[in-house]
Design a protein around this ligand. Structure first.
Ligand code: ARG
Length: 343
């Protein structure tokens, strides 16, 4: 299929280059945001008289059909079309003809991908906030039940002073309250709309960024177009939040592993949340807690990878920035799974 940028090229891209360059295998996760963003952009282009109203309507109807197709599993994602943006746009033009190509007016994939990621971040942060609150509630419930349950408190992993189990659980509750506060900060960092930055320096078309921002529920727009297309701070902030949260979850996990051992014998794991051994029937293994402890390292890795990717990049967009996605998506999945199994 013809590439969006194929105009000045006389040869097809090498197959290996297509495969290496492509992000579609993972950025198809952004399809919903990509299409919603495009609908808002097309509506604005038509309203501002930059494209004919009739083309705007065709584009929006076509995008809605594509969204329905993707959701019904009837969309073929093509690696040669590199990413979600070009997959959707190529299909749109195939369907509605030349009006489809007008969608790209006053826009670049650089500000488009930034828009998608900001929108996706805000959606996921809202879901994670809910899971986090549910887990905090679970901690409160356990604490309430064990107001009078005594246990040893430790320093240096040596018995120190008697405490209650509630006291211990509420320490985790307070840690997670701080995580929640950090998560709100992540949301704020993502609540700035980058669309309109174009590839780097904006556009000479008389666009209305504020109209798009309002349509897509953004609190504000980027004041600087170069920052808009190269900023990945909001992803670093999310990964930093995730790393701290996982560190807390990992400490709790380590305690559960200790407490459920025969040596400590403080808790017995629920059968639905433990695994056994066929050869050693006396065992009940805390796999879930061990995995949370283990997955924490992976999330730290994503934070380090993103910081390292960004550190040597000249302004503005560089293809290195495509590497912002896999670690981010994996951190989201890991954090959500962890909170869900523990609540
Ligand atoms: N797939 C790209 C990414 O995720 C989209 C932006 C590509 N822009 C470009 N100028 N090649 O970063």
């Amino acid at each position: 299929m013809a590439k969006l940028w194929g105009g000045r090229f006389s040869k097809n891209t090498n197959e290996l280059v297509d495969a290496f360059n492509a992000s579609i295998d993972f950025d198809k996760r952004l399809y919903h945001e990509d299409i919603r963003g495009s609908i808002a952009h097309a509506g604005m282009l038509a309203k501002c008289g930059i494209i004919p109203a009739e083309d705007g309507e065709k584009i929006i109807a076509g995008l809605k059909d594509i969204l329905a197709d993707i959701e019904a599993g009837n969309f073929h994602f093509d690696v040669a079309l590199e990413d979600i943006h070009m997959n959707v746009e190529a299909r749109l033009t195939e369907r509605i003809g030349s009006a489809g190509a007008r969608l790209h007016t006053a826009r670049s994939r650089n500000d488009q991908v930034a828009l998608d990621m900001h929108m996706y971040m805000k959606r996921e942060v809202a879901e994670i906030a809910e899971l986090l609150l549910k887990f905090e509630e679970a901690l409160l419930t356990v604490a309430k039940k064990h107001e009078k349950t005594l246990m040893p408190g430790y320093t240096h992993l040596q018995r120190a002073q008697p405490i209650t189990f509630a006291h211990h659980m509420l320490a985790y509750f307070n840690m997670l309250q701080r995580d929640f506060r950090r998560l709100l900060g992540v949301w704020e960092g993502a609540d700035m709309m980058p669309l309109g930055a174009g590839a780097i320096a904006g556009t000479t078309f008389p666009i209305d960024r504020f109209m798009v921002a309002e349509e897509l529920n953004f609190g504000t727009v980027y004041p600087n177009s170069m920052d808009a297309v190269s900023d990945r701070d909001y992803i670093i902030e999310f990964l930093s939040f995730s790393s701290t949260l996982m560190m807390h979850m990992s400490r709790l996990s380590e305690e559960i592993c200790l407490w459920s051992s025969t040596e400590f014998g403080f808790v017995e794991l629920d059968d639905a949340f433990a695994t056994g051994s066929s050869m050693m029937p006396q065992k009940k293994n805390p796999d879930i807690s061990e995995l949370v402890r283990g997955k924490t390292g992976r999330v730290y890795g994503h934070l380090m990878a993103m910081l390292t990717t960004a550190k040597g990049l000249p302004l503005t967009y560089n293809k290195d920035l495509q590497e912002d996605k896999e670690g981010f998506f994996d951190a989201i999945d890991t954090v959500k799974f962890t909170l869900a199994v523990y609540r």
